[in-house]
Design a protein around this ligand. Structure first.
Ligand code: AMP
Length: 190
């Protein structure tokens, strides 16, 4: 099964994706993690994206699509893949479908994690204290949140037209959210 975990920054996508990955043997493909890894490793790609990420802007479609292609081709997880933080534009969504189709697969579900803005700000303050991500500082975070509103306004209708969106209330405890995500996935016809 191939799924997208879709939601605003700090909605809990990473936490839920890691647990799904462990319990359902799915590959966890998070473009934000890949980009942060490139930065920590000091690669030319990392240097190229650093300023854009620190400003809370989107890096180019070309960069994230090639990261996804590369990482998906290395993945042989039997349970499929979880896309986290990707796609964020319609061209990325189209590229994802094409990459999956080339593998004889398709996208099954888009799990939309819904969390109120107030709660997101509280969560990101905690994450900033724990992880020290520059792009979690309040001004940049609010800019990312605004960007999310814009791309969600395009991508959710795109996937709703395909009947693929399942909305999950992300305001509950991580365990409850996980149970709700699993129920949404289990309800998808095989
Ligand atoms: P995330 O951890 O998913 O919030 O991503 C952190 C940052 O990486 C974003 O604010 C963007 O600068 C960049 N990024 C991650 N995924 C994408 C994507 N699919 N398209 C464009 N930029 C991305």
């Amino acid at each position: 099964m191939n799924i997208i975990l879709f939601g605003p920054p700090a909605a809990g996508k990473g936490t839920q994706a890691r647990r799904l990955s462990a319990e359902r043997n799915m590959a966890h493909l998070a473009t934000g993690d890949m980009l942060r890894a490139a930065r920590s490793a000091g690669t030319p790609l990392g240097a190229k994206v650093a300023d854009i990420m620190d400003r809370g802007e989107l890096v180019s479609d070309e960069i994230v699509i090639s990261l996804i292609e590369e990482n998906l081709s290395q993945s042989d997880a039997a349970g499929g893949a979880i896309f986290d933080g990707f796609p964020r534009t319609v061209p990325q969504a189209e590229a994802l479908e094409a990459v999956l189709n080339r593998r004889g697969e398709s996208l099954d579900v888009v799990v939309h994690l819904k969390v109120d803005e107030d709660q997101l700000v509280g969560r990101v303050e905690k994450r900033l204290a724990e992880e020290g991500r520059t792009d979690d500082e309040l001004d940049t975070f609010l800019h990312r949140l605004k960007g999310y509103g814009e791309y969600a306004g395009l991508l959710l209708p795109y996937y709703e037209n395909q009947g693929k969106v399942r909305t999950v209330d992300g305001m509950r405890s991580p365990d409850e959210v996980f149970t709700a995500i699993c129920a949404a996935l289990d309800a998808v016809p095989a």
